[in-house]
Design a protein around this ligand. Structure first.
Ligand code: NAD
Length: 543
């Protein structure tokens, strides 16, 4: 295949072996010109997971380009933060409409770059619409100054203000190329920040498309700078040039980024890996739970941070649930079409495929039983792998504790709710969990006992992720801080407390009653007086 930028041919062997999809170089070039880059840095050629063929030669940035981008972003940010909030929310409101209107373009791009099925790409479009609508409506409330009780009621007026931090650096992985870039860009912008976005090079085109969309939505020049390059150089340069880092990626890299941000004394939000458990209780409709498990485990070929990799099923329903789960999994359609006909797409890279193969072979080598899958489907595309269900996985197998980040799940039996909770909590990671039960009150009560950032009752991960007013993030080795909701917006702001002391300048006619007058009462009198003040404040139940 010719190595033209932007030239890729896709075919869907299951539907029409001759059908092709061509990403025209002329469509791609305007996107590529948006990268802040230098000729000397060269290019990175991304490859389409569906075919292994080249997609585009993406211009790369140097650390100097990152510094240049930061300087331009800072200049634009000062003007942006001074604009009325309604102008900033109006951009988000237009993004909402535009992303829905132009969805077919970005769905193609996401699929071409990540190799996922269209339904998973559509989740990303929905996510952006939800996030844009939410912050357009709520940013005013979240950013409003907050009055808090002052030191001396009536005499001290204290307000907490939220200012934009300045420039937010977003470092994103490849698995949700729209959600994990634009989805974090929007709250940072609406808070009054500029953004330096460093997408994963493999999925840079989707980010550049998002930058174009923001421009159409009315975002002023300079506020979103896109840089492309590898993590240790360009990613690290982002950390060195910003006022807040939003990092999404593995726990291993998250530790490196956190240490680097720590050296710079720059706050960082870290959204990291998971080894997410599901519990299937004894009262479920097994067909409903099995269908939920199929989606929770295999959407995006399991390359979803919140997808399920461990299932604990109550022994009373274990046989029936497992049979239904295996049957439904075997019915999934693997494919590479740019349409909704396939359920599962490809893994995104050869490296992802290698990890999946290693984890499955290691588990089987330790005595695990394969109930479904375990097959590399090179007949469909170079990195396709069948959805895989394992059982009787011994504790020594790597996939018991390590995130696979692929379409692989291990099923174990438990005898009680307590045993299920203990098993779910037996991990350093704490991102997401799922509980299936016909008794929703029982599910909600169990949820509180699981040490993770989000729990979905009778859903896999969409219910919490899609509740964009609520924080989404992990505990333990799954991260620090969260995206979405008030907390996600606040992460890109700095707080300032302003306390105004009244009655100082003789407002009451005399020499004033301000705090400083108390010290004039004498070294022994003022502690006595203030002790009584404190007692009175408590008696009045003042906070
Ligand atoms: P990764 O940690 O290997 O890389 C993440 C990104 O960081 C990549 O773009 C990489 O190039 C970059 N990077 C590498 N070294 C860096 C450095 N020193 N400084 C700055 N950036 C650097 O992860 P990945 O394989 O790209 O993504 C998959 C992982 O991401 C999984 O563990 C998954 O669970 C996690 N993830 C988490 C969430 C979440 O919200 N918690 C969402 C999606 C993915």
């Amino acid at each position: 295949m010719a190595h033209d930028p932007g030239h890729i041919e896709l075919h869907d062997p299951e539907t029409d072996p001759l059908a092709t999809y061509v990403l025209e170089p002329d469509d791609v070039r305007p996107l590529l010109s948006r990268v802040v880059s230098s000729a000397e840095a060269g290019t990175f050629t991304s490859h389409a997971p569906f075919t292994g063929g080249p997609i585009a030669a993406i211009p790369l940035s140097t650390p100097d380009d990152v510094a240049r981008a930061a300087k331009a972003a800072r200049a634009a940010q000062r003007l942006w933060a001074a604009r009325p909030l309604r102008e900033r929310t109006a951009v988000l409101s237009r993004v909402h409409d535009l992303v829905l209107e132009r969805q077919s373009d970005v769905l193609d791009l996401i699929q071409v770059e990540s190799g996922k099925a269209r339904a998973s790409a559509f989740e990303e479009v929905c996510d952006i619409a939800l996030v844009a609508r939410h912050y357009a409506a709520r940013a005013g409330r979240y950013l409003a100054p907050r009055r808090v009780p002052g030191l001396i009621p009536g005499l001290t007026t204290t307000r907490v203000l939220r200012h934009p931090v300045g420039v937010v650096g977003i470092i994103a992985p490849w698995n949700f190329p729209l959600t994990l870039t634009l989805g974090d860009v929007l709250p940072a912008l609406v808070a009054g920040n500029a953004v330096i976005l460093r997408p994963d090079p493999q999925t840079a085109l989707t980010s550049l498309w998002a930058a174009e969309l923001l421009e159409v939505a009315g975002l002023p020049d300079g506020l979103l700078q896109v840089v492309v390059g590898d993590g240790p150089t360009v990613g690290a340069a982002v950390v060195e040039n910003v006022d807040h880092v939003s990092f999404t990626g593995s726990t291993r890299t998250g530790r490196v980024v956190a240490a680097h941000a720590g050296e710079q004394l720059v706050p960082a939000t870290l959204e990291l890996g998971g080894k997410n458990p599901m519990y299937v209780a004894d009262d479920v409709d097994v067909e409903v739970a099995a269908e939920g498990a199929v989606r929770a485990c295999f959407v995006g070929a399991g390359q979803v941070c919140v997808s399920i990799e461990r299932i604990y099923v109550h022994e009373d329903v274990a046989d029936a649930f497992t049979a239904a789960f295996v049957r439904r999994t075997k019915a999934l359609r693997l494919g590479s079409g740019l349409d909704y006909r396939s359920d599962i797409g490809s893994l995104t890279s050869a490296a992802q495929l290698a990890t999946v193969v290693e984890h499955v072979e290691d588990a089987v080598g330790h005595g695990a039983t394969l109930l479904s899958g375990g097959v590399h489907r090179s007949d469909v595309g170079p990195w396709f792998y069948e959805p895989t269900i394992l059982t009787d996985v011994p504790d020594e197998a790597r996939l018991v504790r390590e995130e696979t980040f692929g379409p692989v799940v291990a099923i174990s039996r438990v005898a009680s709710d307590d045993e299920a909770v203990a098993a779910m909590n037996d991990s350093d990671l704490g991102l997401n969990a799922s509980i299936w039960t016909a008794d929703t009150r029982r599910g909600a009560a169990l949820a509180e006992r699981v040490r993770v950032g989000t729990v979905n009752v009778n859903e896999g991960y969409v219910a919490t992720w899609g509740s964009v007013g609520a924080p989404q993030g992990g505990v333990g080795a799954s991260g620090i801080g969260s995206r979405h909701g008030r907390e996600g917006l606040w992460a890109t702001t700095r707080v300032q407390t302003v306390a105004v002391q009244h009655g100082v300048h003789g407002v009451l006619g005399g020499p004033g009653v301000g705090l400083h007058r108390m010290f004039d009462l004498g070294a022994e009198t003022w502690p006595r007086v203030y002790t009584e003040v404190l007692r009175t404040l408590k008696a009045l139940r003042l906070p």
